[in-house]
Design a protein around this ligand. Structure first.
Ligand SMILES: C[S@@+](CC[C@H](N)C(=O)[O-])C[C@H]1O[C@@H](n2cnc3c(N)ncnc32)[C@H](O)[C@@H]1O
Length: 314
């Protein structure tokens, strides 16, 4: 991997996690090791960092660096962060709690520019947007076998694409002629489906549909939903969880979950008395979330849509 990925809001993430010497931390999305490397510096030899990724290439690269630099306090695990509790039990125990946990959602620039895959429509690679090679739910199968209405729902819900109907109709029409096997061909079909006057100015006309198919392929929203309660359970009192998201669908899930968990009662607003017995177990540290500075945006335009939310366990 070429290490072209620039970590997003690195300083803000590390500062907000308030990592100290001897801390135990989890980086749920290792990627190009941007956050993991900083966490390792902060926790020192007395601490530990457990880092996960679904992508075999990211894992292989990190294992190489771990060996070269003798990073004995780094544990690398090829796994989905939705299985975080299982991974913790494998390496520690059911009782182990952590001072800090972070996930940086979505894909890395290394993946975006990987010529073996088609995360980017510029790529004539096989239609494969899975983070892991072991995923069964591959993009090619979704595009070539899902019904028109299923494709329309995915493109509309996960891509917020107003031309979802036309795009899904054309996908179904074109795949009857010949199976859609490359990102480039899919991009051409999408371009044909959207009238030129509606093409966005700053992004490729296929961006939203590609995002939708990537989210569906990796079940990204379900992963976050399953991860959040486990992450909060795994924190020590005063421990912190940071989530960096890149689009409103992810951010909405994170924001709503945090809001709910920060409340003492989650009964419907009209309920005369509380019957839920829910107790707040986190404190929201930045209700609006944190966005990248102007200076970072100049250096790394990818940070444009990023939002960081941090909570502290009570
Ligand atoms: C934005 S990158 C992380 C970059 C990293 N913070 C850095 O600074 O180098 C996201 C990474 O998360 C991984 N990923 C996405 N969903 C995942 C999941 N459910 N479980 C584990 N890893 C995941 C991707 O494979 C990718 O490598």
């Amino acid at each position: 991997m070429s290490n072209i990925h620039i970590p997003v809001m690195l300083e803000e993430v590390i500062d907000n996690l308030q990592v100290k010497k001897g801390d135990f931390c989890i980086d749920g999305t290792l990627g190009a090791m941007g956050y993991t490397k900083e966490l390792l510096k902060k926790v020192g030899k007395e601490g530990k960092v457990l880092s996960l990724d679904l992508d075999e290439k990211a894992i292989a690269e990190a294992n190489k660096i771990k060996k070269e630099k003798s990073l004995d306090n780094l544990i690398i695990e090829h796994s989905n962060f939705k299985n975080i509790k299982e991974v913790v039990v494998k390496h520690f125990s059911l009782q182990q709690k952590f001072n800090c946990i972070v996930v940086d959602l979505g894909l890395s620039s290394d993946q975006l520019y990987d010529e073996d895959r088609s995360f980017s429509f510029k790529n004539d690679a096989p239609l494969d947007m899975a983070f892991s090679r072991e995923e069964l739910n591959d993009t090619e199968r979704i595009v070539n076998t899902y019904s028109q209405s299923e494709l329309e729902r995915i493109i509309k819900d996960y891509g917020e694409e107003r031309f979802a109907k036309a795009i899904s109709n054309n996908i179904v029409k074109e795949r009857k002629e010949e199976a859609i096997k490359t990102g480039k061909r899919l991009q051409e079909i999408i371009a044909k489906s959207v009238p030129k006057r509606f093409w966005p100015k700053n992004i490729n006309v296929a961006t939203k549909t590609f995002q939708a198919l990537r989210i569906a392929t990796n079940e990204e929203l379900q992963n976050i939903e399953e991860f959040l309660p486990q992450a909060i359970e795994l924190l020590k009192p005063q421990g912190r969880l940071a989530v960096v998201s890149f689009h409103s669908l992810e951010d909405r899930i994170v924001k709503h979950y945090f809001k709910k968990e920060a409340k003492d009662c989650i009964c419907p607003p009209k309920a005369p008395i509380c019957v839920c017995e829910h107790k707040a177990n986190i404190k929201i540290l930045n209700p609006k979330g944190i966005t990248a500075s102007e200076e970072e945006l100049e250096r790394n335009p990818r940070a444009r849509s990023a939002r960081l939310r941090v909570v502290q366990k009570i």
